[in-house]
Write a protein that binds this ligand. Sequence first.
Ligand SMILES: Nc1ncnc2c1ncn2[C@@H]1O[C@H](COP(=O)(O)OP(=O)(O)OP(=O)(O)O)[C@@H](O)[C@H]1O
Length: 488
Amino acid sequence: MATDSWAQAVDEQEAAAESIGNLQIKDKSGENGVLAGAGESSNKAPKPVAEGENKNAEEDDSDDKAAQSLLNKLIRNNLVNTTNQVEVLQKDPNSPLYSVKSFEELHLKPQLLQGVYAMGFNRPSKIQETALPMMLAEPPQNLIAQSQSGTGKTAAFVLAMLSHVDPNNTFPQCLCVSPTYELALQTGKVIEQMGKYYPEVKLVYAIRGNKLQRGMKLQEQIVIGTPGTMLDWCSKFKFIDPKKIKVFVLDEADVMIATQGHQDQSIRIQRMLPKNCQMLLFSATFEESVWNFAQRIVPEPNIIKLKREEETLDTIKQYYVLCNSKEEKFQALCNIYGAITIAQAMIFCHTRKTAGWLAGELSREGHQVALLSGEMQVEQRAAVIERFRDGKEKVLVTTNVCARGIDVEQVSVVINFDLPVDKDGNPDNETYLHRIGRTGRFGKRGLAINMVDSRMSMNILNRIQEHFNKKIERLDTDDLDEIEKIAS
Ligand SMILES: Nc1ncnc2c1ncn2[C@@H]1O[C@H](COP(=O)(O)OP(=O)(O)OP(=O)(O)O)[C@@H](O)[C@H]1O
C-alpha cells in the first residue's frame, strides 16, 4: 500500500491560506447608490465594500461561519423537515399559546397570502406554526427563536415584517440586521419573493457600498443591512428615524456575535428604538454567549426552541473500496460511474491539490464537474453551489475545509475520496456523519463510498465502523455486477 501523503495536516495549511477573510466583496468605488425596490430584481442591490479594514484571525473565523451559513442557504432548495417538537417559553405563561396549521388561520393580507403560496409553501413549518401567531399578535410580542438552518425562520420573520408595515407611510418601519452583505441579500430576495404581490412595500439595503446623499430621508418601509451601516444610517447620517421603527429583526445572532463590533453596534441600534418596537432575534445555535446577547437585544421575550434533528446512518448504504494510489481511486470512481447512474454526487478530498487534480481528471472523462476550493472568494463559492443545486453540474468535488458544515441532504451519493481525519490524523467521526448522514425518518436513502488507499486509511475506516457500530461493506469496483447491485 502507498504511504500516506494525504494524511498530513494539510487542513491547517488550507485553513491558513483561506481567502475567505475577504468575505465581503471589496469594491471601493462606492459609486453604486442604486436602491432595490421590493418588486425589483435583486441584482439592483448595491455592491458593498468591506466593513472592517483590518481583519484578524478571530474575524476570519466569524467570516467562515457567515460563509458556511450562506452556502448552506444556497445549497438547500427546500425546508428541513423535523420530527422534534418546539419548546416554548412564554413571557406570560398564563396566556394561551396559539399555534396554526395553515396560513389562512393567520388572517394575512391577501397579497401576502398570495405571495406565500406562490413560493410553494402549503403550510407553516414546525417553527412557523408557533412563531407566526406570536409575531403577528396584537399587541406585538417579542421573540427569541432558535432552530437549525433551513427550518423556516427567515420566511417567518419576512412575513412578520411585511405584515406590519403600512405601505402608505413612506418611511422606514422595519429594520433587519444580518452579519454580512451576502446574508442580507439572501433575506432581501425572500422579501422580494414574498412581497411580489405587494409592490407598494419597498426595500433598501443598508450596506457600506450604498452611498446616499447627506440629508436625505429614506422612503422605503424595510431596511435590511449590516449593523455598522445600519447604525450610521440611524445615528450619524439620520437617513432613518429610529423612533418610527415598529419591527427590529436581528438575524443569525450566532454568526453576528462572532464578529467583533457587531454585538455592540446591534445593541446601540436597539437602544435607539421606541419601547413598543417589536424585537425579534433568530439563531441557528444557542450557546451561552448567544443567549446573553439575545437577552440584551430582546426584552421580555417569548422563547421558541427547536432541537436539531439528529443525523443517522440508518438509511445509508456504506461501502469501501481498496486501492493503492490516487490514480487507482480515480479508476475505481470511473468504474462506479460506468456501472450505475448517479444523479448528483459530492466527492470529498483532503487537500486542495487532490481536489483540483480529481476535478480535472473527471472533466477529461466527460463529467460535468464543479470544484469548490479554498482559494475561492465566497461569492465564487456561492456561484458554484448555486450551479450545482440547479443541476448544471452533476459532480461537486470539494475539500473538507471548504465544505465544512454544509448540509448535503439532497445529494444521493457521497464519495470520500479521502476519509475525514482531524489534524492529528484521527478519524473525524462528526464530519463523517455530517457528510454521509441523513436526518430523521424523512431522510432519503443514500449511498456512501469510501476510498481506502493505505494501511492508515484502513485503520481509520475500521475506527469509524466501530464508532458508529455500523458495518461498511467492501466493494470490488472491478466487478461490474457487484457495483450494479449497490444501486438497487
Ligand atoms: N412553510 C414552508 N413551506 C415550504 N417551504 C418553506 C416554508 N418555509 C420556508 N420554506 C423554504 O425552506 C427553506 C428554508 O427556509 P428559511 O430560509 O426560511 O429557513 P431558515 O431557518 O431561515 O434557514 P437559514 O437561516 O439557513 O436561511 C427555504 O428554501 C424556504 O423557501
